[in-house]
Design a protein around this ligand. Sequence first.
Ligand SMILES: O=C(O)CCC(=O)C(=O)O
Ligand SMILES: [Fe+2]
Length: 431
Amino acid sequence: MYLTASLSYIRQNSYKIQHNHLIFLTQLQNQLTKNTSSIQQLQLTIHIIIYINHHHNHHHNHRHRHRTMAPVTTTATYDRLTEVKQFDESKIGVKGLVDSGITTIPRIFHQPPENLPAPKPKNRPRLTVPVIDFSGERSSVVEQIRQSCSTLGFFQIVNHSVPVSMIDSAIGSMKEFFEQSTEYKMRYYHREAGKGAAYSTNFDLYQSKAASWRDTLQVRMSPLEPDWEAVPEMCRKVLPEWDKAVAGLGEELMSILCEGLGLKPDRLKELSCLEGRVCVSHYYPPCPQPELTVGLTSHTDPGVLTMVVQNEVGGLLQVKCGDEWADVEAIHGAIVVNVGDLLQMMSNDEYKSVQHRVLANPDEGARVSIAVFFNPSVRDKLYGPFPELVSTTKPAVYREFVYEEYMRRFFTKELDGKTLTNFYKIDNTKA
Ligand SMILES: O=C(O)CCC(=O)C(=O)O
Ligand SMILES: [Fe+2]
C-alpha cells in the first residue's frame, strides 16, 4: 500500500525526474511480486523517499549553483506540502529516516537561518538554569522558586518526591517504544486528538516553515483517561504511576507558586489547573546534519505549568535569556519545571513564560524527554489575572478569555514565536 502510494507520487512528479531514474523506478516496480512482505515494502518505501529527497536536493542545487552560494532551500523552489504529506503518510517518523541510513536530511527539515543556533560565544561562561534543592527549608524553596519564575521562568528541582528509579523506568519505557520497528510503531501513528493518545512526528508539521528532528508520543492522562488501546503496550503500566507521582509533585509546586505570589496556596488547584494533564514524550534521534535543523523550534508552553524529565543526552534544551540561551543541563533524577503562558497571564506578569527550544541532536545516542503539561480541566470558564494581584498601581495586563478559545488559537498557529500572550494584552497606555 505504502509502496503504491510512493510510486504514484513519483510518477506524478515525473517531470522533475530524469529519464534514467524513471527506468530505475519502473524496474523496481517490476521486481515486486505478490509475495513481497510488508516489511520489504516498507524498506523499499523508505529507500524511495530517500531517493526522492536526494534527487530533489541534487536537482535543486544543480539548478541554482551558478546563481547563488547559499545552500538554503526556499519554499518557493519546491512543492513543500507534497513532500511533507509524503513524509507524514509514510508514517516512518524521523527515527525511520535515521534507521534507513540517510547521511543528509530531507530538505523539509531545513530550518530558516533565524531558527538555527548561532555559534556559542567563546570566553563567556555558559549560562545554566538554576537547580533548587526541594528538600530545603520551605520558605527558602518558595523564595528560590519565586525568583526563578520571575526571571528565567525555568528551574530544575532535585531531592523531590518522585523516585529517581521511576524517572528512569518512565524514560526507559518511552525509549523502548520509539526503538521498536517502524512496522510496530505505525499501528499507533495518527494525528487525531480524540483518542487521547497519538504517536506522530512534529505536531505542527503542516503549519511550520520547516520540520524538526523529533518524533512524539502524546497521551492525555486527565480529566479523561486515554483509550488505552491507542497507547503502546510497553507504556501502559508506567504511565498511570508516572502521572500519579508527577501530579502529586505538581500539587506541591502549585501551592509554592501561589505562596510566592502572596495568594492562598490552593488558588491554582481551585481553578482546576491540576486536572488537565497531558504526558508528551519526545524522541530526538541523532541527526546527520544538526547544523541545518533543530529538535524543537523555540516556543512558549501554552498551559499553566510544565514538568520535564530528560535522559543523559544534555546541552540541547535551552532557554532564552536576553540575547543568549541558557542550558538546561542533564542532571540524573532532576525535574525541570517551567511557567506556561496561562500562569504568566494569571500572575499578571509576575511569573514569566519564556521561550525555549531543543537543538538537533549531534550525539550518537537518542535524547528522550517526557513533559507533563498542566492545564485547567474546566474549559468553558473565564481565565485572566487573579483579582488579588490587580490594583490601581498594578492594573490588569491581560483581559479575560475562555480557555477553550485560547487552546483553539494555540493549535492553529505555528509552534513559533510568542503571539498568544500578546493577543490578550490590554493596551494600558490608552487608559
Ligand atoms: O524535550 C524537551 O526537553 C522539551 C519539550 C518541550 O519544551 C515541550 O514539549 O514543550
Ligand atoms: Fe515546551
